[in-house]
Every structure is written in C-alpha cells, then in structure tokens.
Design a protein around this ligand. Structure first.
Ligand SMILES: [Zn+2]
Ligand SMILES: [Zn+2]
Length: 134
C-alpha cells in the first residue's frame, strides 16, 4: 500500500495527490529558484517512483520551462501558487509548501550555495514570533 500525500494551491482551484514516497528534499538557492519563489530558496521534494494525480474540477495549471535550462515551474493560473509537476516523465517534483498532508522528511541539502544571498545564513538565530510581532 503506497503512501498518499495531498496538496492544493492558495485559491483551492487545484488539488493534487502524490501517491508514493519522497526520496529527497532539497533547498535550492539558485537564482532561478529565487525569482520563481520570490523567496530565498526553492524547497522541493523529489519522488523517483510516485504518481501525480489531480483532483481538480478545472485544469488551471501552467507549466513554465525556462528556455535553455532545466528549470521548470508549475503554478496555478488563478493564484500563482507553486504546484507539482512530473520531470522527464518519471520524477515527481513537489513544492513542499503546496502540501496539506503532514510529512516528516527533513531537507537533505542546500543546493547552489554559490548563488545564496549573503543575508541567507544563520536564519534560525533570528527572533521568532508565532504571528505578527506585537
Ligand atoms: Zn490557485
Ligand atoms: Zn534552483
């Protein structure tokens, strides 16, 4: 019996299921991932032997392939949220933040650290608030 993980986009138009296991979890600091996420790194789970199944009423997923690179971004055409896609017809790439199901995998590595921002270091040392600061 395979494990199933469920996820969705911010507006809820797209719902998906990843049937199988996650094999690796990478935080990618490359310049493409910085643009694509608007944040300082991508956080993607890779499944070598999983199946991606959509449970949406409408097809509102756009796949963008950055020309002359291997960089791909799948996103909701309504709300822009990152969504999973299948790479090379076999590898399912799932943005970690798109998942609604809990998963206990920890990231395996930081990638493309040479592109990392100089402020993107020791971030766990910053003050922490449960919501907006008072
Ligand atoms: Zn959406
Ligand atoms: Zn990247």
């Amino acid at each position: 019996m395979s494990q199933s993980y469920f996820g969705s986009c911010l507006c809820g138009t797209n719902k998906f299921e990843v049937i199988g296991d996650f094999n690796s979890f990478y935080l990618c600091h490359c310049s493409y991932c910085q643009k694509d996420t608007g944040s300082f790194h991508g956080a993607n789970l890779f499944s070598m032997d999983a199946q991606l199944k959509w449970h949406s009423a409408f097809d509102c997923v756009k796949i963008f392939n950055l020309p002359d690179t291997r960089h791909t971004k799948a996103f909701c055409t309504e709300c822009g949220s990152a969504l999973p896609y299948t790479m090379n017809e076999t590898v399912v790439v799932t943005p970690a933040g798109a998942l609604d199901s809990k998963f206990d995998m920890k990231p395996n590595a930081h990638l493309f650290c040479k592109s990392r921002n100089q402020w993107d270091n020791n971030l766990e040392l910053l003050p922490k608030f449960d919501t907006f600061p008072e």
